[in-house]
Design a binder for this molecule. Sequence first.
Ligand code: FAD
Length: 511
Amino acid sequence: VDHDQPLFKLLDEVQHHVKNPTKGDGVVYWMRMQDMRINDNTALSLASEHAQKAGLPLLVLFILSPQDYVAHDRSARRVDFTLRNLKSMQESLSPLNIPLCTFLHTPRTTLPERVIALLSQWNATHLFANIEHEVDELRRDIKVCQLAKKGEKVQCAFVHDKCIIPPGVVKTKEGRAYTVFSPFFRAWLPHLEDKPDPLAYRPAPQANNESIRSHDTYGKLFSMPVPEVVEGFELAKDDAEQMRTCWAAGEDIAKEMLRRFLYTKSRSSQMGEVDPLAEGAKEAEKNPAKDSRIGKYNVARDKVNADTTSRLSPYLAAGVISARECIRATVVLYGNKNGKVDASRETGIGRWVQEVAWRDFYTHIVANFPRVSMGRPFLEKFADVKWETNEEHLQAWKDGRTGVPIVDAAMRQANTMGWMHNRVRMVTAMYLVKDLMIDWRLGEKYFMETLIDGDLASNNGGWQWSASTGVDPAPYFRIFNPYTQSQKADPTGEYIRHYVPELSQVRGDGP
Ligand code: FAD
C-alpha cells in the first residue's frame, strides 16, 4: 500500500466517470461534521444552483455515524456541538423550504450502501458533498462514487471546501507539496486574491414551496427531528451547560465571534469559562487596526491570562464559519485599496492571516501524506523511538496533576472548557513527549477526546511539531522549559491561580 498516495486525487478520478443522469426527483447535499453552515459552503451552493436549474427540490442529508466518532476519538463535546449546530441549521433551512434529514447509521462499513439506498429511495439525480481529507472518509466517498457509477442513476460531485486554497494548488517548482511552512505561505498568499464574492455562496430558497412540502416523499422529511444525543457520547449535565455557555451553536454566533475579534479590545483577565460573547456587543474600538484583538495579535497572542485570540477554532473545525470568510472579512476591513493585507509577522493582522494559513498547511499535509493520519510520524526516522509507558504519569498529565503549574492549569482548562490556548497546547504537548517521554500519539488522542475543536489535521500537525517528528517541526533537541514559558505566557500567574485553586493564595506579580 502506498501510504503517500493522495486519495483525494483518486476521488477526483472516480467521480468523473459517472454518466450524467437526466431523470429524477431531487438533488441531495450531504453535509458532514466539517461544513455545518449555509453561507459560503461550496457543495451546498453548487447543489442549490443545480436544483434551481433543474427545477428539482434540494434536500440536505446528515448521517450520524457513532463508529466513526469512536475511530477518530471524537469528543462527546464535539458530537454534542454537532447536534446543536444541526438544530441551528434546521432552523435556518426551514424558511428556505429545504429539509434537513438526519439519520443514524451503524456499522460504518456499510455507510456508502446506506447513502446510495437513500438516494435511490428519493430518486435523486445528484449528490453533492465537500471533501473530508481523512483517509477513512476518502475511502468511504470513493466507494459511494463506485456504487453510484454501478447504478448509473446518480451523478456525484465531491468538491474542495475546507481550505482557503485547496490541496494540490500550492506546489513547489518541482510540482510537489510544500513541507515547510514559510515557502508554503509565500506561495499560498497570492491565491487569496482569486476568491469570488461571498454573496454568490448562499443557497436560494426553494421555489414552489407548497408542492415540496406536500410531496409524498419529501413532505415528511421537513419534520424529521435532530436527535438530542448520540448513544455513547452523552455529556454530564454540568458539562453540557458549560459547553452551551462557552460555545453556543450557530452561524450567527460564529460571525459575532469574528466581529468581536476584528473590532474589539481584549480584556486582560478573561479566563474563558464565562461567555466569550459577553463583551461582543461592545462598541468597536476607535482605531480597531491598532487596538482590537487582531490589531494586537502579534504582540499579545501568546498571553494565556487574557482573551487575546479569536477563539474561533471550534467554529472553524465544525465549519460553522469558513476560513475564507474570516480572511475576507479581515481584508475588507484592513486591506489596502487593491484588496491586499500586510501579511508580515510584524503586524497583528498579518500574523493572524499566517495562523489561519497553518490550518490550510496541515490539511494539505494530511491530504498529500495520508500516512501522518494513520499514526505514522512524518519523519520516518522517528518511527522506532522507544517511549516510556507509565500509566501514572500519563493519567497525572491528563488530570492536570503533574506538579508543574502551567501544565496543570492548561490541562484543567482543556478538561473544563474543552479548549486550550495555542501556547499552552505546545507547552503541555512538549511536556508529555519530552519530559515524561510518553508517546505523542497518546497525547494526540487525549486532545481529540477532550477538546471541542478537535481537528485531525491541526491536532496531528501540532503534536508532530511538538514531538519533532512532523513537517517543519521544532528540532528534537528543543525542549520548552515550562517555567520560563509560564513567565512569558502568564507573567502575573493569574491563569495558574484561576485553574489551579491549590495555588490561588500564592502571590505572583510578575517581573
Ligand atoms: P487564533 O489564534 O485566533 O487563530 C485563528 C484560527 O487559525 C484558529 O481558530 C485555527 O483554525 C487556525 N490556527 C491557528 N493556529 C493554528 C495552528 N498552529 N495550526 C493549525 N491551525 C491553526 N487547532 C484546532 O483547530 N484543532 C485542534 O485539534 C488543534 N490541536 C492542536 C494540538 C497541538 C498540540 C497544538 C500545538 C496546536 C493545535 N491546534 C489545533 C492549533 C491551535 O492551537 C488552535 O487552532 C488555536 O489555539 C485555537 O484558538 P483560536 O481559535 O483562538 O486561534
